[in-house]
Design a protein. Sequence first.
Length: 140
Amino acid sequence: MRFLRAILFTVPLIGLALTQSGCLIAAAAAGTGAGVAYVKGKSVDLLDATPHAIADATEAAFKDLDIAVISREYTDVDATIIGRTARDTRVQVTAKAETDKTSKVFIRAGVFGDDPLQARVLERIRANLGMPEHPNESPS
């Protein structure tokens, strides 16, 4: 009787484990896809300016685009400016010094990125720094 009870209990559990493994794989794949979208959702550019100058230009760009500045932190090696749009989309600009005169800029709007908004922010930052239009863009 004990043997029969153990088999009646074990067989459904094994069957359940075998049939649910696909859901586990699907959940893992969905998580991986979301991670890739998050990583690829930011714009990156190299600018001829210090992080402090980029922070000032970003603050001016946010003002031009009606993005409210939430926080502003900077040092000689990096800077981070965070703002929010009228639709409460978080916009973060981070500048990290590459050399004494150049910095790498990372821009992310929203969780997975908003390319048009990020491009407008970068365009305004470049303009506020007195830089020409991005070389990869065609003149309009």
